[in-house]
Design a protein. Structure first.
Length: 288
């Protein structure tokens, strides 16, 4: 039993926060001046290969696979552990200092888009792909995509933080968020028992939004929590996750801006389709 009592007025303790204490703070805005690089493609992505970042790189690779040449992009690495997200250039694109952030420079005036769900919807509407046009199907797709946006904080900031990253294991916090994450997995399990994909019979941005979080969780990858959460019980979620992992665009998108795992799976920056063959970390190390 903790003897902690909240004070009347909360004050910031810079040493609190565990693994992320060096980048967490209760104020917004930049901490240093740094312009963002700009490449030659219409779309400039500033991101990291976390689940939220992977949503967007999967979408871009899927658009390219469909032949949308206007979806060519430069993916620049924003290392949030180093505080890159607090550079003045990044804050100008995303005032919330979170990855991913996208700048569409295909028109006369650059357009900034931040928040992963907003980026997916922007790209889907720009290219007329991966979101249904019929009213009912569109509503189903967007409902599930925004379900993910509302649910993931319980998974990442809640369960993931207290299970994997907090400086001490707090039973109440882990139990509270584990219960909610398992409820969310059951929501998906029941849906995917009656539907091939999240929004119905076709693959949409709802799948792209949910897969990097709950697909990875169901396959035992995220937070190393597969056994703890008994993910083998969610057979329909695992079937769906396996089907998406077979898509070449999903495999490519999962590599972009990735800085962990096997070197062959890490493409820190992506500026051309050929980079997947020549600039993964194993290839770069071999060429030194």
């Amino acid at each position: 039993m903790s003897d902690y009592l909240p004070p009347k007025v909360w004050t910031w303790n810079k040493s609190n926060g565990g693994q992320f204490a060096n980048i967490n703070r209760p104020i917004a805005g930049p901490t240093h001046d740094k312009d963002l690089p700009v490449g030659r493609h219409p779309l400039q992505l500033y991101s990291l290969g976390t689940p939220n970042g992977v949503k967007v790189t999967i979408m871009l690779e899927e658009l390219l696979a469909l032949g949308h040449s206007g979806a060519e992009y430069d993916a620049w690495l924003i290392n949030i552990g180093n505080g890159d997200q607090f550079g003045s250039g990044f804050v100008a694109v995303n005032p919330n200092s979170k990855i991913p952030a996208l700048v569409d420079r295909s028109g006369s005036t650059p357009i900034r888009i931040f928040e992963s769900g907003a980026i997916l919807l922007y790209l889907a509407e720009k290219f007329g792909a991966f979101v249904p046009t019929e009213a009912g199907a569109r509503a189903e797709c967007l409902s599930w995509m925004f379900w993910q946006m509302g649910s993931a904080p319980y998974l990442g900031g809640g369960f993931g933080h207290f299970y994997a990253y907090a400086p001490e294991k707090i039973e109440y916090a882990i139990d509270r968020f584990a219960m909610e994450v398992k409820r969310q997995l059951d929501v998906l399990e029941r849906r995917l028992a009656e539907s091939e994909y999240i929004a119905g019979s076709i693959y949409t941005i709802a799948d792209m939004a949910i897969f990097p979080w709950y697909g990875a969780l169901a396959k035992g990858v995220l937070y190393g929590a597969g056994e703890f959460l008994s993910v083998q019980d969610y057979k329909n979620v695992r079937r769906w996750a396996d089907a998406l992992r077979e898509r070449s665009a999903v495999r490519r998108g999962s590599m972009v801006n990735r800085v962990y795992g096997e070197p062959s799976s890490q493409l820190h920056e992506r500026h051309d389709a050929s980079d997947f063959d020549t600039k993964t970390q194993d290839k770069l190390a071999a060429g030194r």
